[in-house]
Design a protein around this ligand. Structure first.
Ligand SMILES: *Cc1c(COP(=O)(O)O)cnc(C)c1O
Length: 364
């Protein structure tokens, strides 16, 4: 049975990458040692981490005045690292509350004693569209404005950025990094855990404008951007295997034509699924069409038991992990870079068939 994994994260990785890992795992470059066994200060790993950085810089067109860091602690770690490193002047950040991950970022800043103003929220509308800034952002008030560019749980994504004047933007790109094109110089800082589009869990990418960095003493070393920049992400032991796999994944993205090619594929996949959902009488996506995510498509039947029946019947046919996030329920198909169009076609065929067999529900 062909299996398609629609999990939100950790998520599907490219087959050729998994195969290359399998081939190389016992002995990296004929060394007789596994990538999991070698020193992070060895020439072999140095070549890997440098290639990973060079590939990411090239793919995302990252300007030279931005540092690229490989850290640990996931997106959640960055909810703390960003305010600790960057909220050093006003000790005050602004947040647009577009969903669960944005509100967690605000909560984590507050936990660290940094004020976080939620300027707008679409929570009362179940986050079915993105919040818009109520008025012009107050200047010289906030160290940055936090945005979650792709709301993994709620299935929305920013294509145009809110007006933010001179206040830097900090972007959580955890679930759409390298899946669609953004202009890095529009942001002060970008972060993403690898486990959605860039490989296995364990490494977190941070892209930060060096001009925003200062020597801040109160930052734990493991979260210190300035220190990581100085030490080329090798201050302490980095997640060697995860960086190796991330590098292979970036190589795969390059081979397929880079981010623009990824975005084209992701648009094709998601439009096909949204078009099906818009036609369907049983399955519905309630997200405002212009705010729809390319990578996380949420939908439901309106009946929790029936949603669960869909998840189970799909899994029996190799369409795995379609359950929506536990906080919202329903169904979710994550269509990250490594999900082929054939997976989306198989999903649509399955949903069409399921709908035919459940006409009773449609007619209610
Ligand atoms: C998954 C995710 C996170 C959390 O990532 P962890 O690595 O589990 O901490 C944060 N933000 C977004 C948008 C996510 O999709």
């Amino acid at each position: 049975m062909v299996v398609y994994n629609f999990a939100a994260g950790p998520a599907v990785m490219p087959k050729p990458v998994i195969q290359q890992i399998q081939t190389e795992l016992p002995s990296l470059n004929g060394s007789g040692m596994s990538i999991m066994e070698i020193s992070h200060r060895s020439p072999a790993f140095d070549a890997i981490i440098q290639q990973a950085e060079a590939r990411l810089r090239h793919l995302m067109a990252i300007p030279d005045d931005y540092a690229v860091l490989f850290m640990q602690g996931g997106g959640t770690g960055q909810f703390a690292a960003a305010p600790l490193n960057l909220a050093t002047k006003h000790h005050h950040i602004a947040v647009l509350d577009s969903g669960q991950w944005a509100s967690r970022a605000a909560a984590e800043a507050k936990r660290l004693g940094i004020a976080a103003d939620v300027l707008a929220t679409t929570k009362p509308d179940h986050y079915r569209h993105l919040p818009t800034m109520p008025e012009a952002l107050a200047q010289d008030t906030y160290d940055y404005l936090h945005l979650c560019l792709n709301n993994t749980v709620e299935g929305t994504a920013y294509t145009t950025l809110p007006e933010h004047g001179d206040t830097p933007l900090v972007a959580d790109m955890s679930s759409n990094i390298c899946a669609q094109r953004y202009n890095v110089s529009d942001f002060g800082m970008i972060f993403a855990g690898a486990q959605k589009n860039l490989g296995p869990a364990g490494v977190t990418v941070v892209i930060v404008k060096r001009a925003l960095l200062s020597d801040v003493e109160a930052v734990p070393s493991a979260l210190d951007y300035t220190l990581f920049d100085k030490k080329n992400s090798l201050y302490n032991t980095p997640p060697v295997f995860a960086i190796y796999a991330l590098n292979l994944t970036l190589g795969w993205i390059e081979d397929l034509g880079g981010i623009d090619a990824m975005e084209k594929r992701n648009r094709e996949k998601s439009s096909k699924l949204y078009a099906f959902l818009d036609r369907s009488k049983l399955f519905h996506n309630y997200v405002e069409p212009r705010d729809r995510s390319l990578t996380n498509v949420v939908f439901n039947t309106g009946d929790a038991d029936l949603d669960q029946a869909v998840v189970d019947a799909a899994a029996a046919q190799g369409l795995m992990n379609l359950k929506g996030h536990r906080s919202v329920g329903g169904l979710r198909a994550s269509l990250y870079n490594a999900m082929p169009l054939a997976g989306v076609d198989a999903l649509i065929d399955f949903l069409t068939q399921f709908e035919k067999e459940h006409e009773y529900y449609v007619q209610r």
